[in-house]
Design a binder for this molecule. Structure first.
Ligand code: ADP
Length: 397
């Protein structure tokens, strides 16, 4: 079965074509600047060279049309005809309380997704545009929606209710939802396998540390708590997002002349490790700058690590113990120094890291020593594969 995975953003569209008989990547690519000057599609067949198509693309449908042509192109294509696409899996951001698992997309699901858009006004409408474009270009091909929030729907009210007037939850559904659910689900399933255990039998803390960062506490395959909230701004310090702060700060700044738009931009794009360091949101730049003696770059890394450490501590409490800790995403998979710094601060869990294993990259592996009381793992995330697996399962059901 061949599955096309689509991740549609407001001006971009990422895709992967996967052969699910062997779970191998056939091609991947990205359409950027859709509807903006300088639109471009970058297409890469697995093991082949990247090709770019620079031409005006006013809509996602136009971008998708170029992608479809690239997929069947005799030179850099990977299928002979579009009939070979058996199903499409869509990354969908906000499923609110409506979607606790992946679903086959039909008109009723689309309507419900539209209702969820109030909670993710930047993301859900873009996902829906991607879905509509696929409906037009691949009529009759079954499609599945895989929500970022779904895995976290197992949280109990004690974890997801904010201590605001309860009417706000009733009226607007303001509560903690959590994001990166597809990634946390993928790496936690892989981690259980790596530990030689069933997902039902392990307590895991999954640290998805990328540009966006979140942690999930998972007991027996079910999320107990997670660090992002109503929106992906909450929780950890991130590349450019502030994570948890005293909410009164924003009222203070509003009263001191900052506009709502300025505050929104500040919290989402100008804060995090970029805001603290004034150097970069990229951990490679921060590590290099800190090594050259830049104190604020070091401070940014220290603050980031501190929040990861205290969140892990909170989740050890929420789980009443932990068997395994997972590092994933750009920073979690690649930064040995970040993993080392974090693990040194949670030595109370009986963790010993094998420095040689911690220095390796790109592979799923246990980086703690065999006698370590808690297993520490690096698991490269693969949200697209998780989406494709769900798609195959639901389409074949
Ligand atoms: P996103 O949230 O955008 O999906 P990623 O998971 O791709 O982010 O993570 C991107 C981040 O990973 C980069 O901004 C950078 O900080 C970090 N990163 C990537 N490679 C390395 C590396 N070799 N060392 C340290 N950090 C890295």
């Amino acid at each position: 079965m061949k599955v096309l995975v689509i991740n549609a953003g407001s001006s971009s569209l990422k895709y992967q074509m996967l052969d699910m008989e062997t779970e191998t990547l056939m091609a991947k690519g990205l359409a950027e600047r859709i509807g903006i000057e300088g639109s471009v599609v970058t297409h890469q067949p697995a093991g082949g060279k990247k090709v770019t198509f620079t031409r005006p693309m006013d809509t996602h449908k136009e971008a998708l049309d170029i992608i479809m042509k690239a997929l069947v192109d005799p030179n850099h294509g990977v299928i002979k005809s579009l009939d070979e696409i058996d199903a499409v899996g869509h990354r969908t951001v906000h499923g609110a309380e409506t979607f606790a698992s992946s679903v086959v997309i039909n008109e009723e699901v689309i309507e419900k997704m539209e209702e969820c858009s109030v909670l993710a006004p930047l993301h859900n409408p873009a996902n829906l545009i991607g879905i509509r474009a696929c409906q037009e270009l691949l009529p009759g091909v079954p499609m599945v929606g895989v929500f970022d929030t779904a895995f976290h729907q197992s949280m109990k009210p004690e974890a997801y209710i904010y201590a605001l007037p309860y009417e706000l939850y009733e009226k607007y559904r303001i509560r903690k939802y959590g994001f990166h659910g597809t990634s946390h689900r993928f790496v936690s399933l892989q981690a259980a396998k790596l530990m030689g255990k069933k997902p039902e039998d392990v307590k895991l803390i999954s640290c998805h540390l990328g540009n966006g960062a979140s942690i999930a506490a998972i007991n027996g395959g079910k999320v107990v708590d997670t660090s992002m909230g109503l929106t992906p701004l909450a929780g950890l310090v991130m590349g450019t997002r502030c994570g948890d702060i005293d909410p009164e700060i924003m009222i203070f700044l509003r009263q001191n002349g900052y506009t709502t738009e300025e505050l929104d931009r500040m919290m989402n794009k100008e804060s995090g490790v970029l805001g603290i360091s004034g150097v970069s949101s990229d951990f490679r730049d921060l590590e290099a700058s800190a090594a050259e003696g830049n104190k604020r770059a070091q401070l940014a890394l220290d603050v980031f690590n501190y929040h990861v450490v205290t969140t892990i501590g909170a989740y050890v409490a929420a789980l009443n113990g932990v068997d395994g800790i997972i590092f994933t995403a750009g920073v979690g998979e690649n930064s040995a120094t970040t993993r080392q710094a974090i693990c040194e601060k949670i030595s109370y869990l009986g963790i010993t890291i094998d420095p040689d294993k911690n220095a390796q990259r790109g592979e799923e592996m246990i980086i703690s020593t065999p006698d370590s009381k808690t297993t520490v793992m690096v698991i490269p995330t693969n949200e697209e594969l998780m989406i494709a697996r769900d798609t195959v399962e639901l389409v074949n059901a």
